[in-house]
Ligand binder design. Structure first.
Ligand code: CMC
Length: 392
């Protein structure tokens, strides 16, 4: 009954008050808990930023050391969960494996689910640490290589890279450049207010479902090519352009054609109507990392040229379409050896602290209510029932 406001895609509907992330899409400003994303990406580790997002303040040395110890303590996954990997067919989408394994955490670690707010730090550490291990193990399984277990002496990102790439024939020696690049990428994905996956985590959690199940729902939303799946789609698009001779202008023309559903992946954003500040930082990091690793990637050249031409094009100007966070991130991931089908898993790893912070904020909100949007019914009017025997 009453008046219902339709807002398809929630273009202009606020669902909550939040003190986690500030985003100004007109000016291209993004901050976590009041700290500019540029400062955090330049000066912090991902673990510090995860602490900031989930606690509201940057950690002191002592807090950081305690948090890091917890991450070390929870790094293993239950051995029975490792058997899950054997049940999936080869070439299973890594996001399908990740979301089901995260959901399964509630069966393996049920003891804290009844008092989530009292145990949130432990649950957060468990998620941050185990998702990293699950991601690396699923890669090792896909390669047919033995699993490399987490180590206590390595930092969060170095530990991940070691679990991914340690083998008798390593693709490269893990070094500072690679560790810093990974920290930066994860920090830049840390939170982004009410994006599709975070909104999903909140909506699922609003029914009072546990943290692991809510985050599993978020992982599935992130999987979509219009959301986190875009980083993989960008790399596939750039590869296709390269393989077809580098004619990126043809792809721009396709994206502009109203009769063609094709979109230039990695371009456009619901909220940013100017440069995405994350994309600016990642573009620069691309140059730095590739130079430091002495890699020259033709896909980076194509991406830069494509960006330059698109930004001068009337179609993109009129619609305020700029490169987003996904446009350049894949080039760094590729340079550090992460396979394309794992890019969205990397996004999930980075977004975890944001999802956790939002779930906690929602759970603790005195104005919390179950999320239950309304609709405008446009189906048939009430009609007489026809028994099966009389239906024609
Ligand atoms: N290429 C070509 N045209 C586009 C693109 C694009 N990438 N993005 C938007 N447009 C056009 C769209 O066709 C529409 O044109 P018109 O007004 O003539 O119909 C206009 O721009 C507005 O688009 P919209 O679909 O109404 O915008 P939205 O806010 O609903 O969608 C978006 C935002 C990100 C889903 C969209 O820009 C898109 O599909 N981009 C490509 C996928 C992508 O890169 N996603 C990653 C987003 S950022 C990180 C994340 O969320 O994970």
């Amino acid at each position: 009954s009453g008046y219902i406001t339709l807002d398809s895609g929630f273009m202009n509907t606020g669902s909550c008050c939040s003190s986690i992330t500030f985003l100004d899409g007109e000016e291209g400003i993004l901050s976590y808990r009041g700290y500019g994303i540029e400062d955090l990406a330049e000066n912090c580790t991902f673990v510090e930023v995860a602490y900031l997002l989930d606690h509201g303040n940057l950690p002191t040395r002592e807090e950081l050391s305690k948090f890091s110890q917890m991450l070390g303590k929870y790094a293993m996954v239950h051995e029975d969960m490792i058997r899950f990997f054997d049940g999936y067919p080869p070439n299973s989408p890594p996001m399908a494996i990740l979301s089901s394994m995260v959901n399964s955490l509630c069966s393996f670690y049920p003891e804290m689910l009844d008092n989530p707010l009292e145990n949130i730090d432990k649950m957060a550490a468990r998620l941050l640490s185990k998702v990293r291990t699950i991601a690396a193990f699923s890669y090792k399984k896909s390669m047919g290589q033995p699993l490399v277990y987490p180590r206590h002496d390595l930092s969060y990102c170095a530990n991940f890279l070691n679990m991914m790439f340690d083998s008798p024939v390593k693709p490269y020696e893990i070094n500072d450049t690679v560790v810093k690049a990974l920290n930066k990428l994860l920090i830049l994905h840390g939170d982004h207010e009410q994006n599709c996956s975070t909104a999903t985590v909140r909506v699922a959690g609003s029914a009072r479902v546990n943290l692991y199940a809510s985050i599993s729902a978020g992982i599935n939303a992130l999987w979509g090519p219009l959301h986190g799946g875009a980083n993989q789609a960008v790399m596939e698009m750039l590869t296709q352009i390269h393989e077809e001779g580098g004619n990126y202008k043809q792809f721009i023309a396709k994206a502009k054609d109203p009769a063609d559903p094709f979109r230039l992946v990695g371009f456009g954003h619901r909220v940013y109507k100017t440069h995405d500040p994350r994309a600016r930082i990642i573009k620069k990091a691309c140059d730095d990392v590739l130079t430091a690793l002495n890699i020259s990637d033709p896909l980076l050249d194509i991406a830069k040229e494509l960006e330059e031409v698109a930004l001068k094009d009337e179609y993109f100007i009129a619609r305020n379409l700029y490169p987003n966070v996904d446009f350049y991130s894949g080039i760094i991931y590729r340079a550090i050896g992460i396979p394309t089908n794992m890019f969205t898993v990397m996004f999930a790893l980075g977004r975890l602290p944001g999802w956790i912070a939002h779930w906690k904020e929602m759970w603790d909100d005195p104005d919390w209510r179950i999320s239950r949007p309304r609709q405008v019914y446009v189906g048939p009017k009430r009609r007489p029932f026809v028994p099966l025997a009389e239906r024609t």
